[in-house]
Write a protein that binds this ligand. Sequence first.
Ligand SMILES: NC(=O)c1ccc[n+]([C@@H]2O[C@H](COP(=O)([O-])OP(=O)(O)OC[C@H]3O[C@@H](n4cnc5c(N)ncnc54)[C@H](O)[C@@H]3O)[C@@H](O)[C@H]2O)c1
Length: 319
Amino acid sequence: MNYLITGGAGFIGSTLVNRLAGDLNNQIWIVDDLSMGNLDNIVDMDKRNVQFIETSVTDQTVMAKLLSENQFDYIFHLAAVASVADSVARPVETHEVNFESVLQLLEFCRKHQSGLKRLVFASSAAVYGDEPTLPKQEESVIRPLTPYAVDKFAAERYVLNHYSLYNVPTSAVRFFNVYGPNQNPNSPYSGVLSILTDRFQKMLDQQESQFTVFGDGEQTRDFIFVEDVVDALLLVAGSADSLGNVYNVGTGEATSLNTVIDLYGKIIGSEVPVVYQAGREGDIPHSYADNRRLVELGFAPKYTVASGIRTYLDSVLKK
Ligand SMILES: NC(=O)c1ccc[n+]([C@@H]2O[C@H](COP(=O)([O-])OP(=O)(O)OC[C@H]3O[C@@H](n4cnc5c(N)ncnc54)[C@H](O)[C@@H]3O)[C@@H](O)[C@H]2O)c1
């Protein structure tokens, strides 16, 4: 099988690449500009079935050549400026990556990828915004509040409409809070668990370290381990029923930040100092997925928050 994985050097993309590259029958093309990703995330980069193209998905010349000269079975479009804060600071630039590149990719598929089995687009639970109904269902009211969320929702609709209008085989997934190895902690808006892990690592390395909680820590999220997310991506890509559909990718469980901090303390056996500050404007108090649509496809998360965090910490702290 031929796979194109944009954003394949990033957190979720590299985990997907590493899973697929284990089978030497798979040929994998990665497109990533390394703005956030890192080639070290890819185990055995020299494997003969992995090809890396360092470019932006906004480079239409390179993308047109890639998609007109190769036939892909599966495309996972994960490249994005994944920072909501960055999208607020630079709405025009991030729109090019988070929206325009998706539309262009769909058009290249329409023209050149007649044998494509599925394009899966990575959308986000951010599309639901602060609409308070819980759990979030795929048909819940959406209220995208930031350029990031607007672009994700618009791109998602184009992705699904390219199936209904032009028969390009597509699906979309809305990730909730994904965590696990290879998540880059180097932004105050990175995934909260990657930041917490980083603070514990610093503490264990005898460096000064503290973790800042915005609000009282009772805000809840649906934390899903990255290997479960890869399972979900492959399930959606391989299912006939998912054609033209969108799926929440979450565990269906809500966990508070304070609970997560306690879990870290118990697993590691020591505490990192926690500082509580005023909540950030726009932060959503609670979010978790109704994942029944995905479960109906056959999804069963293998990790609880406790076992996922334990696996994450085992892999990070032994490095
Ligand atoms: N991690 C989460 O909890 C989460 C939640 C919801 C949605 N998502 C979405 O999932 C996808 C993957 O997210 P992630 O957490 O792995 O983030 P990430 O930042 O680790 O991965 C994104 C990758 O895309 C690359 N990239 C960024 N701009 C690019 C460009 N112009 N051209 C080529 N490559 C580019 C980055 O270098 C990076 O490797 C993104 O689309 C993100 O919006 C993630």
